[in-house]
Design a protein around this ligand. Structure first.
Ligand SMILES: O=P(O)(O)O[C@H]1O[C@H](CO)[C@@H](O)[C@H]1O
Length: 321
């Protein structure tokens, strides 16, 4: 990785092996918002693989206040984002900014303690670039978590919403992590999203929630990601509810799109950290990030247990394959 600025500003191309790579690179670097070419992502994956013996099958993304989902990982190696060449850095409170490798339920995993959001100033392709690093390191399953505001009237603060689907509002506005030249080494130009969230893992999660005795606080619903960083107005939340949104946040959708593009199996859930105010004189407090992180911390143990149980099932299924 020569001739590059730190933190992913890839504005000087290095020599590549063939003409089509060079052509692709020229388009990348001509774009107003430079993103990562295949070789840039491969270099990050190689850097990590040279420094950890773990060959992860599962990639985990910890949402706001949910860093400790990674605490049960054993035999760990960790890398601060700022020390990984050309990696973005986390700027949001509640996101540590560290990549952890190790084992959970005997499965090799890598976990991001901290993700990247559009409102931090990163283009969507950069926000979800680590998912492609995961892919190049061998990850087959993405387990994403987030903190979200509840819109479904049945939801309470502290509940978990297993993501059944999403509405890509930012995509409606023409913003996608897959924008720009498509590299078929990751996936097709026009990937389907019908089965973005794996139905089998959703049913496994319900079964695990039942075993844990928490079914009454675990739902299944539709998430949407807005650009943030401001929380939503009452009119916006009412509109989202009419559209069928159950929980709203500022992340995850672009990660899931990137993961499905490269054919990963996706499981994701939201922790409902606050309830969206659908009336001006609502009794709900105005949303604030301190509360989001506080609720995340208070529920991370239960979220971690649910995730570990789902991973245990994946481990069992991998053994019998
Ligand atoms: O989605 P995660 O990263 O969990 O964080 C959520 O919490 C923050 C707002 O409080 C936003 O970043 C929103 O996306």
């Amino acid at each position: 990785m020569t001739g590059k600025k730190a933190n992913g500003s890839c504005n000087v191309a290095k020599n590549t092996s063939n003409d089509s790579d060079n052509e692709n690179r020229n388009v990348y670097y001509a774009m107003e918002k430079p993103t990562y070419a295949y070789d840039d992502i491969k270099a990050i994956a190689d850097y990590l693989m040279e420094r950890t013996p773990v060959r992860p099958k599962i990639g985990i993304i910890c949402g706001s206040g949910l860093n400790s989902l990674a605490d049960s990982i054993t035999n760990t190696q960790s890398f601060d984002y700022e020390n990984i060449p050309n990696f973005p850095v986390s700027t949001v409170e509640g996101h540590v900014g560290r990549m952890i490798f190790g084992y959970l339920e005997n499965m090799p995993v890598m976990a991001m303690q901290g993700r990247f959001h559009y409102y931090e100033g990163y283009p969507l392709a950069k926000c979800s670039m680590p998912v492609r690093v995961m892919k190049l390191m061998g990850v087959q399953y993405l387990m994403a978590t987030n903190a979200a505001g509840g819109l479904n009237p049945k939801y309470k603060v502290g509940d978990i919403m297993i993501m059944r689907d999403h509405i890509n509002m930012m995509g409606f506005a023409g913003n996608s992590p897959l924008q720009g030249p498509n590299d078929p080494r990751f996936g097709p130009r026009f990937p389907p999203m019908t089965n973005a969230y794996n139905a089998h893992l959703i049913s496994v999660a319900h079964k695990m929630a039942k075993e844990m005795g928490i079914s009454h606080e675990v739902h299944e619903g539709v998430y949407t990601c807005l650009g943030g960083p401001n929380y939503e107005t009452v009119a916006e939340l009412k509109m989202l509810r009419i559209l069928g949104v159950d929980a709203v946040g500022m992340s995850t959708v672009h990660e899931v799109i990137t993961a499905r593009h490269c054919d990963m199996t996706v499981f994701a859930f939201s922790l409902i950290t606050n309830i969206g105010a659908l009336e001006y004189d609502s009794s709900e407090d105005e949303a604030n990030h301190e509360e989001v992180v506080m609720v995340g911390k208070s529920r991370q143990s239960i979220c971690g247990q649910l995730m570990c149980r789902v991973i245990k099932e994946i481990a069992k299924e991998c053994q019998t394959k």
